[in-house]
Design a protein around this ligand. Structure first.
Ligand SMILES: Nc1nc2c(ncn2[C@@H]2O[C@H](COP(=O)(O)OP(=O)(O)O[C@H]3O[C@H](CO)[C@@H](O)[C@H](O)[C@@H]3O)[C@@H](O)[C@H]2O)c(=O)[nH]1
Ligand SMILES: [Mg+2]
Length: 266
C-alpha cells in the first residue's frame, strides 16, 4: 500500500519523546492507517541520541524517518522542510513533546479529506489549554491569538497541531512563506491559495497536554519573531496601513510591559 498521509514532527532535543510518540501514533492509526502513513521527524542536529532512537524504531517495523538539518534551525522552517519532503497528499504537523495527543491524529486526517486545511483547536467546549500554564503564558497566548484575529477565521491559529492538503502548499511560491519563528499555521492560513478565501477550515478540538520530558523552546526571540511575522502578514493582507500597525504595536508594547511587571512582582 502506498503512503498517502504524512505526519511531520519538528524536534529539537526530544529523544525521550520519540518512542512514545511513534508507538502511540501508529497504535492510534491502527493496522490499515499505519500502512498508508509515514512519520517524519525534522531534527536540528540535536545529537542527543534521537537518530539512534529512530533507527531502533525502524528496525521494529515502524514507517518513521528522521531528517537531520545542520545548516538551518527553527520550528517553522523544520515543519516546511518536512511538508516538502512528505510523500503524502495529506500532511499533518504536531509537536514531539506529546502536548498534542497522537490519538487525535486520525480525526485530523479524516477532516482533511473534507477540508483543505485543518486545525487542532484548544478553543472549543470541553477542551482547554493546559491548566498548569502560568498566568503570563496564558496572557501571551490569548494576546497572540487576538492579534491574529483579522488574518484568519481559524479559532486557534497559534496551534502547532494542524494539517493541509499538500497540493495547496505546492501551489504557493516557497519564497513567499516566512520561515522564521513558531507560527507556521498562521502563516500558511494567510498565504496559501486556499479555496473559499480560506474560510473552509476543519477544526478538531483537543486538550493541550503537559510536557513531561525535555524543555519548551519558547523564548523572547520567538515572541519577537511572531510580532515581525504579524506585521508582515497585516501588510500582506491589508496593505501598509499605519493605523492598524500603530494600534497593533501599541497593544503589544503594553502587554509586554505588563508581562515584565508580572514576572518581577510574582
Ligand atoms: N527542528 C526544530 N524543532 C524545534 C525547534 N524549536 C522547537 N522545536 C520543536 O517544536 C515543538 C514545539 O516546541 P516547544 O518548545 O514544545 O513549544 P511550546 O512552547 O510548547 O509551544 C507549542 O505551543 C504553541 C501553542 O501555544 C504552539 O503554537 C507551538 O507550535 C508549540 O506547539 C517541539 O517538538 C520542539 O522540539 C527548532 O529550532 N528546530
Ligand atoms: Mg511544547
Amino acid at each position: 500500500m502506498s503512503v498517502t498521509q504524512s505526519v511531520i514532527v519538528p524536534a529539537y532535543k526530544e529523544k525521550l519523546n520519540i518512542k512514545p510518540l511513534t508507538t502511540r501514533l501508529f497504535a492510534a492509526l491502527g493496522n490499515e492507517g499505519s500502512k498508508s502513513t509515514e512519520l517524519i521527524f525534522v531534527d536540528d542536529n540535536s545529537q542527543d541520541g534521537s537518530v539512534e532512537e529512530v533507527e531502533s524504531l525502524q528496525k521494529q517495523g515502524y514507517n518513521v524517518k528522521i531528517i537531520v538539518r545542520t545548516a538551518e534551525r527553527g520550528l517553522s522552517s523544520a515543519v516546511l522542510r518536512g511538508f516538502y519532503d512528505a510523500q503524502g497528499d495529506y500532511v499533518i504537523c504536531m509537536d514531539a513533546d506529546l502536548q498534542h495527543p497522537p490519538e487525535s491524529v486520525p480525526r485530523l486526517f479524516d477532516s482533511l479529506r473534507e477540508n483543505p486545511f485543518v486545525i487542532g483547536t484548544r478553543y472549543a467546549p470541553g477542551v482547554g489549554i493546559d491548566k498548569d500554564w502560568p498566568l503570563y503564558r496564558r496572557v501571551i497566548s490569548s494576546t497572540a491569538r487576538m492579534m491574529a484575529r483579522p488574518l484568519t477565521v481559524a479559532s486557534d491559529p497559534m496551534s502547532g497541531f494542524f494539517g493541509l492538503q499538500k497540493k495547496y502548499l505546492l501551489e504557493a511560491k516557497e519564497d513567499d512563506i516566512n520561515k522564521e519563528g513558531f507560527k507556521i499555521a498562521l502563516e500558511l492560513l494567510a498565504k496559501l491559495p486556499l479555496p473559499n478565501n480560506g474560510e473552509k477550515i476543519g477544526e478538531v478540538p483537543f486538550s493541550f497536554g503537559v510536557r513531561t520530558e525535555g524543555e519548551s523552546k519558547l523564548s523572547g526571540k520567538v515572541m519577537i519573531q511572531y510580532l515581525q511575522q504579524l506585521k508582515e502578514l497585516y501588510v500582506y493582507k491589508f496593505g501598509a496601513n499605519n493605523l492598524i500597525l500603530f494600534l497593533l504595536f501599541g497593544f503589544v508594547l503594553v502587554t509586554y510591559v505588563a508581562h515584565q511587571f508580572y514576572s518581577l512582582v510574582f
